[in-house]
Ligand binder design. Sequence first.
Ligand SMILES: [Zn+2]
Length: 107
Amino acid sequence: MTKSCTLCSTPKDILIRCQIDETQKWHFVCPGACWKSVSGGVEDARGLEGKYPYYKYGGMWKDRSADGPISAKKPRKVKERQKEEMKKRLEGKAGEEAQDDEEGSTE
Ligand SMILES: [Zn+2]
């Protein structure tokens, strides 16, 4: 499920959660023009407090279903294969510690 940008109403997979006005309401703005227009394109608007006094960065919102079974099937397979190959490559030299595992992302 996508969420809509609270400024331009465009549905997006990724939005930036932030406060942008005196209501201190959390908005979800698309990372493009909208976010730039409220933050100046700086994550925490550092140094831009004068221009964006109400801006507060609250993290990224990501559509989890975007990683769902349909869209992720192919990339995941490729990723696993690459992981296998990497493992084989590393087993020779580095052993276990070089493994960059992604446990917990089994959906
Ligand atoms: Zn927008």
